[in-house]
Design a protein around this ligand. Structure first.
Ligand SMILES: Nc1ncnc2c1ncn2[C@@H]1O[C@H](COP(=O)(O)OP(=O)(O)OP(=O)(O)O)[C@@H](O)[C@H]1O
Length: 279
């Protein structure tokens, strides 16, 4: 388990994280969500020792994370582009990674590269934006680490490659259970994948709950506009959408009986996110 205890991170005059407490348990897929500048990357960078907390501590299985290379071998974070020398070939970086991460699976990395059409003889600097993301995805998936941290994993990927990534991530997860932390703005795409949701707002944890509970926090009602409006009167409405004469209303609270002419579905994570982080 990764534990973040009372962590504050200041950058000169900016406080990115404020006395933050959160834990990431074993063998679970987490969605780490937040608006731009909320503090997601800062948290991921603290978990991989790229940043040092201003205050507070981080632990992995009870051992301090800070300046502890032994525990860090268990965590792999899909890094920023700047960490890789542009003149080095992808295949060489695979070899280097295998030296630092003994569980790195070279055959699996090669198979993934082939599936995504990544030419491993290319230099990092020659890769397109999408293929740079793919290169880092492959490294992370094949790292063999127990904790896989993905910061904006599908940046620049086309729809087919994004789909392939989600499929490969699930295949990796079911074959060899690990903890996955996905930080992304594409909430709808990962909603069905994640088992636990952590939302950060202004450097603080706003929500930390199993996905199942979130779906039960509210519901969406759809049907003819006038009927939906009538039924929703007096309820806690998060938001609504209209298409032609039809209406979709997202409601916070316990689901009660609805008329047969209306349809109710579990609350959409994206709608809840927008509502919680809007102000
Ligand atoms: N190296 C840095 N120097 C100064 N300020 C920084 C630095 N890194 C992050 N910050 C600031 O800390 C805050 C949190 O940034 P962070 O990158 O963690 O947010 P984020 O949630 O990952 O955002 P995004 O979704 O836009 O990537 C922001 O106000 C950002 O400007």
């Amino acid at each position: 388990m990764i534990e973040v205890r009372n962590v504050t991170k200041n950058f000169r005059n900016v406080t990115a994280l404020r006395s933050l407490n959160v834990s990431f348990g074993e063998n679970r897929i987490y969605g780490l969500l937040g608006r731009n500048g909320a503090g997601k990357s800062t948290l991921l960078n603290l978990m991989t020792n790229r940043l040092i907390p201003t205050e507070g501590f981080l632990y992995l299985d009870g051992f301090p994370l800070t300046e502890n290379d032994r525990v860090l071998g268990k965590i792999f974070c899909m890094s920023e582009n700047t960490l890789y020398e542009p003149s080095v070939r992808v295949e060489r970086i695979f070899k280097w990674t295998a030296m630092f991460y003994p569980a790195f699976d070279t055959a699996y990395a090669a198979a993934l590269a082939e599936k995504f059409g990544l030419d491993t003889r290319k230099k990092v600097g020659q890769l397109s934006t999408g293929y740079r993301s793919i290169f880092k995805l492959v490294l992370t998936l094949a790292s063999g680490a127990e904790y896989l941290l993905f910061d904006e994993p599908v940046l620049g990927l086309d729809a087919n490659h994004r789909q392939l990534f989600y499929e490969e991530l699930l295949a990796r997860y079911s074959k060899r259970p690990c903890t996955v932390i996905l930080s992304t703005h594409l909430i709808e795409e990962i909603a069905s994948l994640i088992e636990h949701v952590v939302i950060i707002k202004d450097g603080r944890i706003l929500l930390d709950r199993p996905a199942e509970e979130i779906h039960n926090m509210g519901f969406t009602v759809s049907g003819k506009k006038d009927e939906v409006e009538k039924w929703c009167a007096g309820k806690n409405i998060l938001g609504s959408q209209e298409i032609g004469g039809l209406m979709l209303a997202h409601i916070l609270g316990r689901r009660s009986d609805i008329p047969a002419s209306l349809t109710a579905t579990p609350l959409d994570l994206q709608q809840l996110f927008i509502h919680l982080t809007n102000s």
